[in-house]
Write a protein that binds this ligand. Structure first.
Ligand code: TTP
Ligand code: MN
Ligand code: MN
Ligand code: MN
Length: 466
């Protein structure tokens, strides 16, 4: 077949949320380079100049969505998101296989130190720069010299090796299983989703993101503190911080300024570190060598079986034909039906919310975790590894927007939000979608409806890896 393929540029939509962006693609030699430039710009320049980093990210995203390897620059010359700097780098790689600029950046000691330090849980670019200014260049020097009382930095430093060892899919499934057992106890009928990179099909991640909701809108009140208490009483939690919800309805229409490095949302959540037995990860390593796809299902056989039994006794269960309920979403429109709330709406809700939050603030041990001294815990570490976990709890009415938001990727969200604003005159967030044309909120009772409301074709989580 010697027909010339049509130029790829003719088929590339402007927004990443309009394109298939699979995990495995054909242009890694370009996207790896562009993502180094993105990272460098992100670390080098101040927040207000995040646009430089974004330009490389956008270019990289376009290349990830191409259905074949790029062979000539002319194929993408007129693509909106590939600027002149990115084009230059792509051209260099097309000609020489590498980019001199990227090679230089990789060899730059400043860049290496910034990457090392910003990989510490709780350390951002500003503090990493302070460390470099002090002349530090290793984790040990930071451990010896850093006096911060921030719980994240203290635990992050003590467990740095653990936390920079990639979390495997089997561990994510295990954590989901453990959390589910405790959720079943403290919030029966709740629905849970593994979100973040794992939901997009990644085999490893830097943390485990779990979204929780209950089909009764008000049932989630007080549930997260109960869940944490339950987890803590089983000696699973190392440290963490509970954040109360800061959501209010005006946020749906307000033009909130998004932070450059991510989209803040206003859900009640817990950000912390838990223990996972080493054997979970090791089993995963072994099966990784043979079949990497099935291992997620094979790993937690006991957990999964137990979960399945529980699921089948609940209203909200997974597809009975599959052998696990690690994802509660089978056919979401059937599974997620809103139930009538038993609580009166209005003041009763806010009163009880206030009570819960007040008691949380009193028992603020959860906000400055006191589960021992991080260094001492590390010194007496048993046969487990520390893992970062995010637990997010969403009201039913916001759940599918939360699911899209927490599934990501960050760039997918960024483009979906820009698209909503510029093309649809709507405001999209993890809490909902507001249509300024109609002057009202658009509800969604499935993930698909989120896309429908935005007049976007539906993309599976695996195709949102921009
Ligand atoms: P992350 O866990 O930061 O990213 P990830 O899961 O995509 O990648 P990794 O494998 O490295 O963990 O965030 C999960 C998703 O949640 C992300 O795609 C964007 C979204 N998100 C929010 O909506 N709000 C937030 O405050 C954060 C931190 C993330
Ligand atoms: Mn994640
Ligand atoms: Mn991340
Ligand atoms: Mn996360």
């Amino acid at each position: 077949n010697n027909q010339v393929a049509p130029p790829v540029s003719a088929r590339i939509p402007d927004y990443a949320c309009q394109r298939h962006t699979p995990l495995q693609h054909h242009n890694t030699k370009f996207t790896d380079a562009l993502e180094i430039l993105e990272k460098y710009a992100d670390l080098r320049y101040d927040d207000q100049d995040y646009s430089r980093a974004l330009a490389f990210r956008r270019a990289s995203c376009v290349l990830k969505s191409l259905s074949r390897p790029l062979s000539r620059l002319s194929e993408i010359q007129n693509v909106t998101h590939i600027g002149s700097h990115s084009q230059k780098v792509i051209q260099e790689i097309l000609e020489d296989g590498t980019s001199e600029e990227v090679e230089k950046i990789c060899a730059d000691p400043w860049f290496q130190k910034m990457k090392l330090f910003t990989a510490i849980f709780g350390i951002g670019p500003a503090r990493a720069k302070e460390f470099i200014a002090k002349g530090w260049s290793s984790i040990q020097e930071v451990r010896d010299g850093c006096t911060s009382s921030d719980w994240r930095i203290q635990w992050g430093l003590a467990f740095h090796e653990d936390l920079t060892t990639p979390v495997t899919r089997a561990e994510a499934d295990y954590i989901l299983g453990v959390v589910r057992r405790h959720v079943d106890r403290v919030l029966p009928g709740a629905v849970m989703e593994l979100t973040g990179g794992f939901r997009r099909g990644k085999q490893t991640g830097h943390d485990v993101d779990i979204l929780i909701m209950h089909p009764l809108e008000n049932k989630i009140i007080g549930a997260l503190p109960r869940l944490l208490q339950s987890l803590q009483s089983h000696d699973i939690v190392l440290c963490g911080r509970h954040e109360r919800s800061t959501y209010h309805e005006e946020l749906l229409t307000q033009n909130t300024k998004l932070s450059p490095r991510g989209q803040l949302d206003h859900f009640e959540k817990w950000i912390g570190i838990i223990k996972v037995p080493n054997k979970i990860r090791i089993k995963n390593d072994q099966s990784d060598k043979t079949s990497s796809h099935q291992l997620g299902n094979n790993k937690c056989n006991t957990d999964m079986k137990e979960n399945k039994d529980k699921c089948e006794n609940r209203n909200f269960q997974s597809d009975k034909n599959t052998d696990s309920c690690k994802r509660d979403v089978g056919n979401e429109s059937v599974l997620y039906q809103r139930q009538e709330d038993t609580l009166d709406s209005g003041s009763a809700i806010s009163d009880s919310l206030e009570d819960v939050w007040e008691s949380l603030d009193k028992a603020s041990s959860s906000s400055s975790p006191s589960h021992g001294n991080p260094r001492e815990v590390k010194a007496s570490q048993g046969d487990w590894i520390a893992r970062r976990v995010d637990l997010i709890i969403s009201p039913f009415s916001q759940f599918f927007y939360a699911l899209v938001g927490w599934t990501g990727s960050k760039q997918f969200n960024r483009d979906a939000r820009t698209y909503a604003e510029r093309e649809m005159n709507m405001k999209l967030s993890s809490h909902g979608l507001y249509d300024f044309n109609q002057g009202k909120q658009l509800v969604a009772s499935s993930e698909r409806e989120v896309f429908d409301n935005l007049k976007l074709p539906y993309f599976e989580p695996q195709d949102r890896n921009c």
